[in-house]
Design a protein around this ligand. Structure first.
Ligand code: NAP
Length: 216
């Protein structure tokens, strides 16, 4: 993994969440580029009015980023390619919302958290679960400078402490505290339907809520 300075962040998805994250990354030390399934030229036209300065790239280029944020519908997670993403940090923001996504039998039939399924699909990647329990609009409205009282915190789960640290630094750069939620399997503690998912937390509150959820 490269030094924290000038890391590249490739965002897959130019929807509500992908665009909101890209906007926050502008002006930070991270080099951000964004890709959809469409040609980069088409994505560029789509994002230019909202994200001047953010480069649209083909997906293959986005895969080659230090941190790849998969801001795509969960039903499409199998379109993430394992080989090009091997060795990369892949941030999984994808929620299973059957009312929106429809039912996905392989998820209904599997007791594991959805991030564990994503990790199984991407065995060579370092999957990090976070940014799923905040609304796209709140990515711009709820940010605060580091150290400010009441700053909103987000949970971060992964099986690689270094990946957790890298993504926690990114969260700090875009205006949020990060709370280490432990291994990737703990992503279930802040999945849709949980109190953590539906709440707004400071770091102390989130640590307590995670401990309570683990103890249940
Ligand atoms: N919206 C929120 O407030 C929010 C909050 C937390 C988490 N999330 C999660 O974030 C994810 C994205 O949500 P959203 O609301 O931003 O969705 P969205 O508005 O529907 O956008 C999805 C984007 O993904 C692109 N896309 C689809 N498949 C792709 C692929 N294989 N490679 C690259 N791009 C692909 C789509 O573009 P093309 O069709 O042009 O490729 C589109 O730009 C979902 O999993 C959702 O559960 C959303």
């Amino acid at each position: 993994m490269r030094s924290p300075h000038h890391l590249t962040v490739g965002i897959l998805g130019a929807g509500h969440l992908g665009m909101a994250i890209a906007a926050r990354l502008l002006g930070t030390d991270y080099d951000v580029r964004l890709a959809t399934r469409r040609p980069a030229r088409v994505t560029a036209e789509q994002i230019a009015p909202f994200l001047p300065g953010v480069e649209a790239v083909p997906r293959t280029e986005a895969y080659a980023s230090d941190i790849v944020i998969a801001a795509i519908p969960l039903r499409r997670y199998r379109s993430l390619p394992a080989e090009p993403l091997a060795g990369r940090i892949v941030v999984d923001v994808m929620n299973y919302l059957p009312l929106i996504d429809g039912r996905i039998p392989e998820i209904d039939d599997d007791p594991r958290s959805t991030s564990e399924l994503v990790q199984q699909h991407l065995p060579g990647s370092f999957v990090v679960r976070t940014l799923n329990h905040i609304g796209a609009r709140e990515i711009s409205t709820d940010t605060r400078p580091s150290g400010e009282e009441g700053r909103r915190a987000l949970a971060v789960a992964s099986d690689r402490p270094e990946a957790t640290a890298r993504v926690s630094a990114l969260l700090d750069a875009i205006g949020f505290d990060a709370v280490d939620a432990g291994p990737l399997a703990n992503g279930r503690l802040f999945a849709p339907g949980t109190p953590i998912f539906h709440g707004r937390w400071t770091a102390d509150g989130l640590r307590t809520a995670l401990a309570d959820a683990l103890a249940r």
